[in-house]
Ligand binder design. Structure first.
Ligand code: PLP
Length: 410
């Protein structure tokens, strides 16, 4: 008799973006011909950088010839991409990594969702609130979240509220936790931590034996000097942090799928008998068993962004999206709406008018302005009263959306 992992049954029925898609589809049906601008889901709209397209074409040609064909690759990723990552993303910031510390994957969603495989069910997990839902849902699946309460909080998780009241900087947990997920620059709020603020977290983690899961999927969007791109810029982080990165937003790889995770050799966690084990070999073992590598073609496409021309093309993409973010911040200000983010991240997080909830404002914005947003409440209880707008749309759409919001609210 097969028994179900009943933790799955605790999860709310559908994924946030499925709920939004359903509401938008119903609205479309009721208002055929209405022009709708989608600034909801965080998916890119520009095509792949030309360097990646050319590299992938070449890789396809290699696959077509038995002399250069590639079958299964290394589960950890090809050496050429790992070297490019270390040289391109870390060495310029004074961080040295060994090739065995970098694990290439099919994206940061898989890795942030799967990392719990190597951790005991007994860990107490802390998450910032609002939060990228994968951290919460994967810990529900792993049996670490307890029960979902009527207030939208899981009884077993420690929530670290991030709201305008604390300038979106989470306070250190006020109870013992074992694992904390930090995502900076942040999805959904678009805010960041300064070097000093992140150092407080690293110092806290080292002093309290806490493992930090640091998701820096949006590091390429950082524009301010005092915002760290990698947690390993902070002294001691190699002993307490795992870092997740993605090519999705940096290089338009949302549909191609490639990311990587850094597990330094020094990161350890405790065993029940009080001894410690390094996590790097465990993640390696997990990947070797359950993952067969990102495709050769994909990894050649990713490698290409580290060439001088690739860097230039990626910069152009990021500048395009960040110009959208700027236009959105300015447009919201002109419409009299308080907003955050959009300086070091491609998301703008705005406050709904007093007394109007996230979902209500989402529906009003759709109805009155024809703009699709994401209700902040979908990212956690502290997201209530906020809305997320994504800067990944087309420039003309972002500008038109702001003009509509100004007409509606201004
Ligand atoms: N981490 C964060 C914070 C994200 O916002 C996203 C995607 O939206 C991901 C990870 C997933 O990235 P990937 O496309 O590499 O799976």
């Amino acid at each position: 008799m097969a028994l179900v992992n009943e933790q799955f049954l605790k999860l709310p029925g559908s994924y946030l973006f499925a709920d939004i898609a359903r509401k938008v589809a119903a609205y479309r049906e009721a208002h055929p011909g209405r022009d709708i601008i989608r600034l909801g889901i965080g998916d890119v709209t520009l095509p792949l950088p030309q360097v990646s397209i050319e590299a992938m074409h070449r890789a396809v040609d290699e696959m077509a010839d038995s002399r250069t064909f590639h079958g299964y690759g290394p589960e950890q990723g090809y050496g050429f991409l790992i070297e490019a990552i270390i040289r391109g993303d870390y060495e310029p910031r004074g961080i040295s990594l060994k090739p065995g510390e970098v694990f290439v994957s099919d994206g940061a969603k898989s890795d942030t969702g799967n990392i719990g495989d190597i951790l005991s069910r007994d860990n107490v997990v802390a998450v910032t609130d609002p939060v990228y839902p994968v951290y919460v849902d994967s810990n529900v699946m792993g049996g670490r979240a307890g029960e979902l309460g009527g207030d939208g909080r899981w009884s077993g998780l420690c929530y670290l509220p991030c709201t305008a009241d604390n300038a979106f900087v989470p306070a250190l947990p006020d109870r013992k936790v074992d694992v904390v997920y930090l995502c900076y620059p942040n999805n959904p709020t678009g805010t960041t931590l300064t070097r000093g603020q992140l150092k407080q977290w690293v110092d806290y983690a080292l002093a309290n034996d806490v493992l930090i899961m640091f998701d820096s999927a949006y590091e390429a969007f950082i524009s301010e000097d005092d915002v760290p791109h990698s947690i390993y810029e902070i002294e001691g982080a190699r002993r307490c942090a795992i870092e997740f990165r993605s090519f999705s937003k940096t290089a338009g790889f949302t549909g191609v799928r490639c990311g990587y995770t850094v597990v330094p050799e020094e990161v350890t966690a405790r065993l029940a008998d009080g001894t410690r084990a390094a996590l790097n070999p465990l993640w390696n073992r997990r990947q070797c068993t359950k993952f067969n590598g990102a495709s050769y073609i994909t990894q050649r496409g990713a490698e290409a962004i580290y060439t001088p021309e690739g860097r230039r093309q990626v910069r152009e993409h990021i500048d395009y999206y960040m110009a959208n973010a700027r236009a959105m911040r300015e447009g919201l200000k002109a419409a009299g709406i308080e907003a955050w983010g959009g300086v070091n991240a491609p998301y703008v997080w705005l406050k709904t008018p007093a007394g109007v909830g996230s979902w209500q404002f989402f529906e009003q914005m759709l109805d009155r302005a024809g703009v699709v947003s994401t209700p902040g409440a979908g990212f956690g209880p502290s997201g209530e009263g906020y809305i997320r707008l994504s800067a990944f749309g087309k420039q003309e759409d972002c500008r038109e959306a702001m003009a509509r919001l100004r007409r509606w609210l201004g």
